[in-house]
Design a protein around this ligand. Structure first.
Ligand code: DLL
Length: 433
């Protein structure tokens, strides 16, 4: 089912016209109301009137996360503070948080786009939604909450934590849909088993998972263990929050991007040049309708590609491939570029390993080292030491063969790697301090 047939199945030519009209209005507005943009436009010698086609977006300056930090907390808002009804902030681990503000219309648009997202994922107004994204400054909880309400579903605002209790609520409320990070879904599954609840036997049908990178192998694992359909949802607080894109349940093949509200580009992360359709590069997003903090050419650092082919579900929107990783999460080990998701794929292809892993990067003398710690399942754990050692060597060989880097592999006992209630922490890089 489609929530907004008119918008979601628009012929692409019509969509482009709408995008251009909205882009021109947005550019006019930021030039007039955000001193940061006026200065940047003036420095580049570009005027709002220069935007005559969608291609002209490449004349405009980029916006970076650091720009939001430099204008902390409200310096990039385009409306007076009294028109802001909500604040959120990113969970940035380094430096100042990035703060975003929403007008009432922004909140309404977000609810609408999240309602569309729920329906794209196969949810209906009759469903009960167990929302385990964190409520608070993080956009996951409230974003999914308002969307599920707008859809007309019943929401249980469970938030993160108290995992065994969550398992009981999941059973007692007979939820049809769960929203959380993919790593938390597996954690919840294990915690439920410990108190005698097998999620596989509950009515739960759909999982809406995002906020962190994950792989096809991880999807298969979750779908098998929980006996649900697992859909990938994408978003970022600077641009809105969850709901910028989501997979459809019909195809599960790329995330439908809500292009009537966001203009997308794929650029070369090094040169900043736009790349041709279909290439892998950094996703850059211009918000087309946002009032509180409109962003021009926001550099997400997320690496992906876009597919414009029509989808079997009937939507005409561009489909984004699963995020490969963030350009700033890319590990460079002795000159070889490695994404954590590539290691995850190799680990999950191996029988007996679980999706709980940690990558520890260090430097010995002038050489980078990579240690991969991965949990084994109960069955493998009870195996003979020499078999475990053989497996470690096998994984080491696979990583070397497929990714071209030497890693040491350490198998860890079941539950030996810390679980997270939100985004999983998978990399410890000891090289910089
Ligand atoms: O994570 C918003 C969100 C909440 C998305 C709930 C989906 C579900 P931030 O905390 O600002 O916002 O983090 C945004 O998380 O730039 C990506 O690097 C990463 N990310 C988000 N969704 C996905 C996904 C929320 N489906 C950053 N796959 C983004 C891979 C994702 N990475």
């Amino acid at each position: 089912m489609i929530f907004d047939i008119k918008r979601e199945t628009m012929p692409r030519e019509e969509l482009r016209e709408l995008q251009l009209m909205r882009l021109q209005a947005q550019v006019d507005r930021v030039y007039a109301t955000v001193p940061f943009y006026k200065k940047k436009f003036d420095e580049l010698g570009v005027k709002p009137g220069d935007i005559k086609s969608l291609k002209d977006v490449s004349l405009l300056p980029f916006t970076e996360k650091q720009d939001l930090r430099n204008h902390y907390p409200f310096g990039m808002f385009a409306v007076p503070k009294e028109n802001i009804v909500r604040l959120h902030a990113s969970s940035g681990t380094t430096g100042k948080a990035t703060v975003v503000g929403y007008t009432q219309r922004d909140i309404d648009t977000w609810a609408e786009l999240m309602a569309r997202a729920f329906m794209t994922a196969g949810a209906t107004p009759k469903d009960t939604v167990h929302n385990a994204y964190g409520y608070g400054l993080f956009t996951g909880g409230l974003g999914a909450h308002y969307g599920a309400e707008r859809l007309g579903a019943t929401v249980a605002p469970v938030s993160g934590g108290a995992t065994k209790r969550q398992a009981m609520l999941l059973r007692d409320f007979a939820a049809d849909v769960i929203c959380c990070t993919p790593s938390y879904a597996l954690h919840l599954y294990e915690a439920a088993l410990e108190i005698g609840i097998d999620i596989k036997e509950l009515p739960l049908r759909i999982g809406i998972f995002g906020a962190e990178p994950w792989t096809e192998e991880m999807r298969r694992e979750i779908e098998k263990k929980l006996d649900i359909k697992a859909l990938d949802i994408y978003g970022l607080s600077e641009v809105m929050g969850p709901g910028v894109g989501i997979e459809c349940i019909e195809a599960q093949s790329g995330l439908h991007m809500q292009e009537d509200h966001f203009l997308l580009e794929i650029i070369d992360p090094l040169s900043g040049e736009p790349l041709p359709a279909g290439s892998v590069g950094e996703l850059v997003i211009t918000t087309l309708t946002k009032e509180g903090i409109p962003l021009i050419r926001y550099r997400t650092r997320d690496l992906t590609s876009l597919n414009l082919q029509p989808c079997i579900c009937g939507r005409t929107t561009a489909r984004m491939s699963r995020i490969m990783g963030r350009s700033d999460d890319m590990l460079i080990i002795r000159g070889v570029n490695v994404f954590p998701s590539q290691i995850e794929s190799i680990l999950l292809e191996t029988q007996g390993l679980t999706p709980h892993y940690l990558l520890i990067v260090d430097r010995q003398g002038s050489l980078d080292t990579l240690e991969v710690q991965v949990e084994v399942d109960e069955k493998l754990f009870s195996d003979e030491i020499k078999n475990l050692q053989r497996l470690e060597r096998q994984i080491q060989k696979n990583i070397k063969e497929f990714l071209g880097v030497s890693a040491s592999v350490k198998l860890v006992e079941p539950k030996g790697i810390a679980r997270s209630e939100g985004k999983a922490k998978r990399i410890i890089d000891k090289r910089n301090g």
